[in-house]
Design a binder for this molecule. Sequence first.
Ligand code: F6P
Length: 329
Amino acid sequence: MDNSKIRKIGVLTSGGDAPGMNAAIRSVVRSCIFNNIIPVGIYRGYKGLVRKNFVTMQSHSVSKIIQLGGTILKSSRLPEFATDKLLRKMAIDNLREDLIDALVVIGGDGSFRGANLLSEEFGYPIVGIPGTIDNDIYGTDYTIGFDTAINTAMEAIDKIRDTADSHNHLFFVEVMGRDAGFIATYTAIATGAEATVIPEVHTSIESICTYMQTERRKNKTSGIVIVSEGSELGSAVEIAAKVNEILPDYKTRVTTLGHIQRGGSPSTRDRVLASLLGNYAVNALRDGKSGVMVGIKGGQVSYTPFKEACSRHNPIDANMLEIAKILSI
Ligand code: F6P
């Protein structure tokens, strides 16, 4: 599309919310206004697109939101959007009826799957911004929300360490990350956890038990095993129970950090990342780009086709896993 024809851009947040989404919305809205484009907020992700829950935004609509967690536009999960073409047709009709020329989708791989179909089937200009605490989107080094989430998890695990040490407890702490172990790996290094269980690496209950019984470990007064929720061994509760069957003398405890990892005021890194990506997304649409996610790779802006962004994950750096192991002996 000729960029001079873009008069209105819609923006929505979809899937699991992530701290920094508001900073991204603010950046999209203000970058639009800077370029004489009318920004339109779409509430509740794809649900709002189908139900035409639109509101024209002004510069003041996004005042004082950069420090807020969650998303002022609300979010939702609508897996049917990727399977039901009728929903996508309704969405496109709504966008066209309101003369919205292009769309910015802030979300994770599920959201980009829907965006990809919408853009391919109807030739509609869409650019994505990676927003998920999981950091599992291919095509960007970091996703919006990851930095805040790992800091939240780190603070919680530091507190758990205090009580674990006082009672010689072995804690199993479950962190989020359905398909990826980024949150687990980063927090394990940052908190000096004794072991990590992540979806990307095969681990057995026996190997966790063997490790717990090494001489060096036996001299420690507490233990923390960080479990990614997507681990092949099951939840932290299940893993703790299995370990306890083999090592009945260990006093095990379990904490599931859950959704506290998704909330809270975004970190500086997330605010800056979101602000840059929001601006890059508007510029990408003005430059005639579509069907891509904007990200940052090695300090440079990158454009990854939706198809690639939602079909694979960034691998966990093997070096990081190795270092986590070396430092936990
Ligand atoms: O947004 C990503 C994520 O937080 C995953 O880590 C987690 O598996 C999932 O969302 C939980 O989603 P919901 O809140 O919809 O249950």
